[in-house]
Design a protein around this ligand. Structure first.
Ligand code: ZN
Ligand code: ZN
Length: 599
């Protein structure tokens, strides 16, 4: 990889050096940005006609009343949309576009190719019954406050009309589905029925519609419930003698990785890197755990006559013992939110003092208790306003542990102990997700808000964890580094797990061994991870892949630039490109540096 990149830099510099000829060529390039901007607007307007449900979820509510029936006809429309837009893209000369438009171009192209591939190659509409579930979209219409309840309920009613046809089409599509996705579909569809049976009914009681109108609304809701139950029954009774394996297989997996992660590395390269990285992490962990053994497990002061306790022969076991002991240092359940709030100014001060990245003081982050409709998903998350709601606040949602039984709360707090909680704050808030968001909002691109590259977004957050520690956050305490390495093992092993399960036939037992013994996860966490890997593909790789790409890129630049490398500048420049795939940011940054060094 490195060689290829270096040679492309050489090409650029040769071209720039050829003087006059180059200048003449640049003259003939017409600025196509205004045209491309218009094209993008039209593209999104058409995208929403094909995917009205997606539009609603992004805060664009023009097509709220439409439910697309997932049949042959709608798939042909998607394919035609992809094809005609791929043709349109070809009319734009990439050299005539700004950096922002260049990355938008690549991201649109990737999205369109991915549509074509999903329908023609992946065909999950045949084997994944859990793709068919309407309740989430309808629940959002009841919860959202973007319109009056009257309008939302009338759209809800109109949208329900297609529910029976929707599930009939689903039945026609499904062929030899996987058992895992069949089970998931049954659970999720039955779980969503309350939206039509209970929530909708309750909402209707709050408005003043005529009796007649209310009655037909209730009747349609009943038919919807019936269609969902029918579908679940149909799945339960399905004569599925040759179910498909939930494992995606090597070929499809590699392609899905290309589309979803959009990385400069292939999955095989990433897998090799993850394996090597895991080894390094284990070595680092062992060194620290060995050093901390006396402080936490066997204090020389208590040796007396007996001398030191024998350390476990198995290095992984030694690491686990030390991690478990240090995890006991954590906040009280009732102090969880306050501890997070108090962390924010500390992180900002540290970043300022070390000059790591500019943090815009006019856009503070609002820490709040997790709203009720999110409850259950404990922990912390960032809620950013959608692309159509620019003035909304950005929130740091913190789950409350009130009402949890003691044991559950204790296990959770050990997981998010004194050290990990700080790393979590770096990841979710500053300078992780929240800071990245502030930067990406400065060069607004609707395309990037909609197709934002997950590997870049998660990769940045994971990268900042290490970057902060490298710069002395946590005073280089052994405990902090130990916990960091353990935390980093999680995303590393997620990648190994996902790839091994989907392409190397890794068994459940092997997976549990990897997660519990090699990544030090609790049993419930590991079991949850197994469930997740058996119904998703590739998603678990985005953290490690993005992190690796960013970290490798930075190290490469440091090597090239020597003394001239400026960490703050690197961070700010990198984030200014928005949530684009790392490989394009890298390409553009290198090209810009090349220009700067010539001028
Ligand atoms: Zn405790
Ligand atoms: Zn994240």
């Amino acid at each position: 990889m490195k060689k290829i990149i270096l040679s492309s830099i050489v090409c650029i510099s040769l071209a720039s050096c050829s003087g006059n000829k180059q200048k003449e060529e640049t003259k003939t390039v017409v600025d196509m940005n205004p045209q491309f901007d218009k094209y993008k607007e039209q593209f999104i307007e058409n995208l929403w006609k094909i995917y009205p449900g997606w539009a609603s979820s992004q805060g664009y509510h023009k097509y709220d009343s439409i439910l697309i029936v997932p049949n042959e006809e709608s798939r042909s429309k998607e394919l035609a949309f992809a094809k005609s837009n791929l043709d349109s893209l070809k009319t734009y000369d990439l050299n005539s576009l700004s950096d922002n438009n260049k990355t938008d171009y690549y991201m649109i192209e990737n999205q369109l190719k991915s549509i074509d591939w999903s329908i023609n190659e992946q065909k999950s509409f045949e084997w994944n019954p859990s793709e068919y579930n309407v309740s989430g979209a309808f629940a959002e219409m009841l919860n959202g406050n973007y319109d009056s309840l009257d309008i939302r309920l009338r759209n809800f009613y109109l949208k329900m009309a297609n529910i029976p046809a929707y599930y009939e089409a689903a039945k026609k599509n499904i062929k030899n589905p996987t058992l895992e996705h069949t089970q998931l579909a049954i659970e999720q569809n039955l779980g969503g029925i309350s939206v039509f049976e209970k929530d909708f009914h309750e909402a209707l009681n709050k408005v003043h519609f005529g009796e007649h109108e209310k009655q037909s609304m209730e009747a349609t809701a009943k038919e919807s419930v019936k269609a969902i139950k029918d579908f679940s029954d149909w799945l339960k009774k399905l004569d599925n003698k040759t179910p498909r394996s939930f494992r995606l297989g090597k070929e499809l997996y590699a392609k899905k990785f290309e589309f979803d992660i959009h990385s400069g590395y292939t999955i095989d390269q990433i897998y090799e890197k993850a394996i090597t990285h895991k080894k390094e992490l284990h070595q680092n962990l062992y060194q620290l755990a060995d050093k901390l053994w006396n402080k936490y497990i066997d204090n020389p002061l208590t040796w007396g006559q007996r001398g030191p306790l024998p350390k476990p022969k198995d290095s992984l076991q030694l690491i686990k013992m030390v991690i478990d002991k240090i995890s006991e240092k954590h906040v009280k359940p009732e102090d969880f939110q306050t501890a997070i709030e108090e962390q924010m100014p500390v992180l900002i001060d540290f970043i300022k003092k070390k000059d790591l990245i500019y943090i815009d003081p006019s856009k503070p982050l609002v820490v709040r208790k997790e709203p009720d409709y999110m409850a259950g998903v404990a922990g912390a998350s960032i809620s950013a306003p959608g692309p159509y709601d620019k003035n909304g606040n950005t929130y740091y949602n913190v789950g409350s542990l009130s009402g949890w039984d003691k044991e559950k709360a204790e296990s959770y707090l050990r997981e998010y102990n004194h050290y990990i909680l700080q790393i979590l704050n770096i990841h979710e808030a500053i300078p992780g997700h929240y800071t990245q968001l502030v930067y990406s909002n400065q060069s607004p691109s609707l395309i990037k808000s909609l197709f934002g590259n997950n590997a870049m977004i998660e990769g940045w957050a994971v990268y900042t964890e290490r970057m902060m520690l490298e710069n002395g956050y946590g005073n280089n305490e052994d405990e902090m580094w130990l916990m960091y390495y353990k935390w980093n093992l999680r995303s590393t092993c997620n990648t190994i797990l996902d790839y091994s399960v989907h392409t190397k036939n890794m068994s459940r037992e092997e997976a549990m061994n990897l997660l519990m013994n090699e990544a030090f996860q609790q049993k419930t966490e590991a079991e949850g991870k197994w469930r997740r890997v058996s119904v998703t593909q590739v998603q678990l790789c985005c953290y490690f892949t993005g992190y690796t790409e960013i970290y490798d890129f930075r190290e490469e630049l440091k090597k090239q630039m020597g003394d001239k490398f400026d960490l703050k500048k690197f961070h700010e420049k990198f984030l200014n490109y928005g949530s684009a795939p790392v490989k394009y940011i890298k390409e553009l940054m290198l090209a810009e540096m090349e220009k700067e060094s010539i001028n």
